[in-house]
Design a protein. Structure first.
Length: 94
């Protein structure tokens, strides 16, 4: 019983993910399939095994990096304008 109480307290002590640290959803990963600019960028920098496919872990890393890059005001959300600006930055730079 004491062990169960300790587990409950430990679980309650864990911080909840914020919007910026929340796990990347499947929908966020699909964005690479729909946008050739982001897909090429992701493959260039995150396709670690160079098989020209984004595995779930690679897509997760790419999506996190894109969210960090695109979220200009650091509120944990990427607006349409922030998305477009980040996409244009990637297109111009890479």
């Amino acid at each position: 019983m004491v062990g169960l109480a300790a587990l409950v307290l430990l679980a309650a002590a864990q911080p909840l993910p914020t919007a910026a640290s929340a796990p990347v959803t499947e929908q966020a990963r699909r964005i690479f399939e729909k946008d050739w600019v982001l897909m090429n960028w992701a493959l260039k920098f995150y396709d670690t095994d160079r098989d020209i496919l984004l595995e779930p872990g690679e897509a997760e890393a790419a999506a996190q990096a894109f969210r960090t890059m695109a979220d200009a005001n650091h509120d944990g959300r990427v607006t349409t304008d922030e998305y477009r600006a980040a996409r244009e930055f990637i297109l111009a730079r890479y």
